[in-house]
Design a protein around this ligand. Structure first.
Ligand SMILES: NC(=O)c1ccc[n+]([C@@H]2O[C@H](COP(=O)([O-])OP(=O)(O)OC[C@H]3O[C@@H](n4cnc5c(N)ncnc54)[C@H](OP(=O)(O)O)[C@@H]3O)[C@@H](O)[C@H]2O)c1
Length: 249
């Protein structure tokens, strides 16, 4: 994780997965800090419209909208989905736990989990990471997961897809070494969002609003980081657990 020598304001943001709880917290925080232009892409068009109205009414922001289903759409994003020109921040928060138990015996569910967390994102990441854009100043923040660090008996399809996403984005990070474009890979632990409702111990769930504020304290950071930071030593320990203990995770 390397801080950039100087910070620059984030005045425009492209968000894929804008109906995600953590994306909404980040957008509100960005708008509070002066971000005036958003392009919001989500699967649930109605929820996306409601959030766009909130950003317009509460902050006077300019918002454009697009819809996609990462599982159904395998094409490069269309022009109205991916506007021409640069955004100061490309934020990728789309992702889905899926049904890990079902995926053990249903290859279709395994593919859906892979598409929602990795393969469906590839056309979008490819559209962001053009050689021209990577040579200019900009930021790409991608939400991965601590689940990428070690296969777990309960949700290894999700973990494997996030591991592929992390490796892909690490490639982009290294391609941008020494260039002004900053890639930030966020390995999140449990967050208190609809994704983990009833599935994670409340004491371990971070507030998405406080994570958003923390992330924006270092807007030009690049590299791989854990959210919150204490997942780094915890995952170092979990990676070293013998199978007899890891199988109980
Ligand atoms: N919550 C956690 O504990 C946790 C932990 C580690 C990592 N993460 C990762 O952090 C990111 C944000 O998580 P969150 O908790 O804020 O999630 P969330 O509130 O459940 O939101 C998930 C987002 O992904 C979108 N999405 C899901 N499947 C999609 C599909 N097939 N096509 C298009 N969009 C799809 C949803 O869109 P619609 O609402 O429009 O359907 C929504 O915008 C995700 O990548 C997640 O994997 C979360």
């Amino acid at each position: 994780m390397t801080p950039s020598p100087r910070t620059s304001p984030i005045a425009s943001a492209f968000v894929l997965g804008s109906t995600s709880e953590v994306a909404k917290c980040l957008c509100r925080e960005l708008a509070r800090r002066g971000c005036q232009r958003f392009h919001l892409v989500a699967r649930d068009a109605e929820a996306n419209k409601r959030f766009a109205a909130e950003l317009r009414e509460s902050f006077g922001a300019g918002v454009s909208l697009a819809q996609t289903d990462l599982i159904a759409d395998a094409n490069l994003p269309a022009k109205d989905q991916f506007p021409v020109g640069d955004f100061d921040l490309y934020l990728i928060t789309a992702g889905s736990l899926g049904d890990g138990e079902r995926a053990r015996g249903d290859g279709g569910e395994a593919l859906r989990i892979t598409a929602a967390n990795y393969s469906g994102l590839l056309p979008w990441l490819t559209a962001v990471a053009t050689p021209e854009r990577l040579a200019r100043r900009g930021r790409l923040w991608v939400f991965s997961s601590v689940a990428a660090d070690r296969g777990r008996p309960s949700n290894y399809h999700y973990g494997a897809a996030k591991a592929a996403l992390t490796t892909f984005c690490e490639g982009l990070l290294l391609r941008c070494h020494g260039k002004p474009f900053a890639v930030r890979i966020l390995k999140a632990g449990f967050m208190a969002t609809p994704m983990t409702e009833g599935k994670a111990p409340a004491a371990l769930c971070a507030s998405p609003a406080s994570l958003a504020r923390d992330l924006l304290r270092h807007p030009d950071r690049r590299g791989i980081e854990y959210l919150p930071w204490w997942w780094a030593p915890l995952m170092a320990l979990i990676r070293r657990l013998p199978p007899s203990l890891a199988s109980r995770l």
